[in-house]
Ligand binder design. Structure first.
Ligand code: G1P
Length: 285
């Protein structure tokens, strides 16, 4: 199985930093969110990852390229642990890139990955969604896929009114974690929610190119993956899977801050120090 990670989005919710830094490279302290998502794929048994970038985001390619002179400098000065950290960025997975010349939607981003994916099922992981799960969310979806051999879309119950920011699953009948889909409604208004199951940017896609070929451009001339999924739900079988894990909205400033704090609390190098600091801070505010 391979994975595709589209990184074409403008990151407007994270301006002004995204004027110069792609949102996918924004760090959780010292590691970009994109690395965390690639780790999730690797820990789920996927080692080939294709990243779709815009022409303005070549810096993502730089981040995942070997920097031999930095590595050599660190080794020469005895900083072997840091050298290993730098090398691990590239050794973790077999990462390749394709450029989406124009930002004309998520379905177009997926369409140009066909030479990489071929006719096989693959994982689509969106960079705005950092999901911490054990087993990793992608592994949970792959296990569900093994049962049904059809498209599986990761969902979670979302009680807030901001569910209108997401694709929402229209399930035939809610019974357990894996449910047959009637459709997905992209960003429905609150008075027309098909369910409370929001799509959080993780998909195992099966035969999706057939449906991408059939969709029309929507508003702003963009081709959306949800439209292809909707066609697939009508013509074949597709499922939602309610995964376990904590999801952070990394396209949102507060979501990113929550992820930085919560993931840092688990770090061996300064997690305990951070916990003491937060307790002390909380007593003062
Ligand atoms: C995209 C998808 C949407 C999904 C969301 C998850 O929306 O179109 O269905 O719920 O990602 O983050 P976007 O965030 O690109 O507007």
């Amino acid at each position: 199985m391979k994975a595709v990670i589209p990184c074409g989005g403008m990151g407007t919710r994270f301006l002004p930093i995204t004027k110069a830094v792609p949102k996918e490279l924004l760090p959780i302290v010292d590691v970009p969110v994109l690395s965390h998502i690639i780790d999730e794929c690797v820990q789920s048994g996927i080692h080939e990852v294709l990243i779709v970038i815009s022409p303005q985001k070549q810096i993502i390619k730089d981040y995942f390229s070997y920097n031999q002179s930095l590595y050599d400098d660190l080794m020469r000065s005895g900083k072997t642990e840091l050298a290993a950290t730098v090398a691990a960025v590239c050794d973790n997975a077999d990462i390749s890139f394709v450029v989406q010349e124009k930002p004309i939607g998520s379905a177009h981003a997926v369409a140009i990955t066909k030479p990489f994916v071929g006719d096989n099922p693959f994982v689509l992981a969106l960079g705005d969604d950092l999901i911490v799960g054990s087993p990793p969310v992608t592994k949970q979806l792959l296990d569900a896929y093994d049962n049904v051999k059809s498209t599986v879309i990761g969902v979670q119950r979302h009680d807030g009114d901001d569910i209108t920011k997401y694709g929402v699953a229209d399930v035939a009948c809610e019974n357990g974690k894996l449910n047959l889909l009637k459709g997905i409604v992209e960003k429905p208004p609150l008075n027309a929610l098909p369910s409370r199951l929001a799509c959080y940017g993780r998909y195992v896609l099966h035969d999706i190119y057939t449906y991408i070929d059939k969709i029309q451009a929507g508003k702003d001339g963009e081709y959306q993956i949800t439209d292809a999924l909707m066609l697939q739900c009508k013509a074949a079988k597709a499922y939602s899977y309610e995964f376990d894990g904590k999801r952070y909205d990394m396209g949102d400033k507060f979501g990113s801050l929550q992820a930085a704090i919560e993931l840092s609390l688990k770090r061996k190098d300064f997690g305990e120090e951070l916990k003491r600091y937060i307790k002390e801070l909380a007593s003062r505010i």
